[in-house]
Design a binder for this molecule. Structure first.
Ligand code: PGA
Ligand code: MG
Length: 231
């Protein structure tokens, strides 16, 4: 039996527009420290390296670097608040659901590779009723390494029962593009996501503005292999 191809998707800023809920949580924690709020654009530029990095960046924006013990307590408060508001406003980006269905119908395996904690990623995908669509969901704490480490993508593909030689990554930020490059997996950069550097400047194989164009773009990235896989 021939291994089917695997589509690996980043979560925050690629599959789901989570910035509004991340913003509300970050501002709640900042307010508890009597620190000024940040705005949505700032959160969009600060997201991609995990919740702890987001919290540190939010505090740095207010000119504060908390002691490690204090950070542990604030991080715990962040996680509690965020888990309680995981999908108050978060929703799939336009066309994402139809695109996932198209890949599934064509026999692709689907996987999520996110720097979000796996528990939060699962809670979000469960709440949006998306979990059954994925063969694997790997978070920033699932393995001993995470994006931009190439192993995060490679092990996610294996967890999904796929073959890294027959995989394509879809992401929005430097961690995604760099992890894909280092793993030898072709990568699509989505322009609507969260990054402080425009995704086109990170040189993904393809840059897309919309999920509607993803299937054709990805098919073009695996021509010879796709035939070998029977797709
Ligand atoms: O939560 C984050 O900062 C990162 O999440 P992502 O890897 O899904 O973009
Ligand atoms: Mg992202």
């Amino acid at each position: 039996m021939i291994t089917p191809p695997t589509l690996v998707l980043d979560l925050d800023g690629t599959l789901v527009d989570t910035a509004p809920d991340l913003l509300a949580t970050l501002n709640a924690v900042l307010a508890s420290e009597r620190l000024p709020p940040v705005n949505l654009d700032q959160v969009r530029a600060m997201t991609g390296a995990g919740a702890r990095a987001l919290l540190e960046r939010g505090m740095a924006a207010a000119g504060v670097a908390a002691a490690p013990e204090r950070m542990d307590a604030l991080f715990a408060a962040f996680i509690d608040h965020y888990a309680a508001h995981i999908a108050d406003h978060s929703q799939l980006f336009p066309g994402a659901l139809e695109s996932l269905q198209r890949f599934s119908d064509a026999g692709w395996r689907l996987a999520v590779c996110t720097n979000k904690l796996e528990g939060l990623a699962r809670l979000l995908l469960d709440t949006l009723e998306l979990t059954p669509r994925f063969d694997a969901i790997a978070g920033g704490d699932t393995f001993a390494f995470r994006k931009p480490h190439p192993g995060h993508i490679l092990e996610t593909v294996r967890l999904a029962g796929g073959d890294p030689a027959l995989a394509v990554m879809v992401g929005d930020s430097a961690a995604d593009i760099n992890a894909a490059r280092a793993s030898g997996v072709p990568v699509v950069g989505m322009t609507f996501g969260y990054t402080d550097i425009p995704v086109a400047e990170l040189n993904p194989d393809v840059v897309l503005d919309h999920f509607d164009d993803l299937y054709e773009a990805v098919a073009g990235l695996l021509p010879a292999r796709r035939q070998a896989a029977g797709g």
